[in-house]
Design a protein around this ligand. Sequence first.
Ligand SMILES: NC(=O)c1ccc[n+]([C@@H]2O[C@H](COP(=O)([O-])OP(=O)(O)OC[C@H]3O[C@@H](n4cnc5c(N)ncnc54)[C@H](O)[C@@H]3O)[C@@H](O)[C@H]2O)c1
Length: 256
Amino acid sequence: MRLNNKIALVTAAASGMGRAGVTRFAKEGAQVVAVDVDQDKLTQVVSSITDAGFDAIGIRADLTDDAECARIVKDTVQHYGGLDLVWNHVGHPGYSRVEDLDGADYEITMDLNIRSVFRTTGAAIPELQARGGGSILFTASIAGLTGSPFSPVYSAAKWGVNGLMASLAGRLASDNIRVNSVCPGPIDTPMLNVFMARPDQNADRDTNLEMMKGNIPLKRVGTADEVANAALFLLSDEASYITGVALPVDGGYVSK
Ligand SMILES: NC(=O)c1ccc[n+]([C@@H]2O[C@H](COP(=O)([O-])OP(=O)(O)OC[C@H]3O[C@@H](n4cnc5c(N)ncnc54)[C@H](O)[C@@H]3O)[C@@H](O)[C@H]2O)c1
């Protein structure tokens, strides 16, 4: 098993890619801590893992709150005795145009994509150092590698995530801590509907989705499992010589 004896913390784990990740990591031998604000969905995902005979707990937390970002790390260490792997997956799709943006829209986009990730990672680093090493993964986006005309604040935040990732990769290498990010393209999760319902020359959601698929070399959206596979690889020892990488999981979108 690829994550045997590893303690793994995953945020936004009750849906989409996070859910696919915790399910997969547990099957690969990890002791998994699934974090999400949605208690009902969290209970479902944790039960599905433990009912299958694997090891997981759920922690409900609202990661817009700095104290909660630190508490999830503390609770993980208290329960499992340490922390080896962190997937900072939580994010927010943000809102539309810069001209229409109000302060609250800006705050929530920055708080969930950037601020919470700083806080969780800041709390986790000493715990990984105490274990003699570990692996940190961020979820950025293709919007963190290119411009995103209909999600400008989201794009700015995800570029920030990749900047944080690269900065930490350099600093933490001497602590045997690797730091990478996954940069998903459009992935079939509830959040995709938010992105696709945005105005694109006034088209509707289905038209936007077809246009998006047309711009992807593989001509389809990705699945949550396909991103979880990439996350598993980057977090595992199989990626032992990989740090500071922003890996597109995007059907070739940014390669064009
Ligand atoms: N789906 C896509 O097409 C896509 C593409 C690129 C990047 N992403 C990124 O992937 C991540 C999540 O996407 P997904 O598609 O798996 O999402 P999803 O919509 O399937 O799940 C998001 C989860 O986040 C949880 N959440 C929301 N607010 C929270 C909060 N304040 N505290 C804790 N948890 C909270 C929700 O309850 C939900 O379970 C985000 O970082 C997003 O920016 C998504």
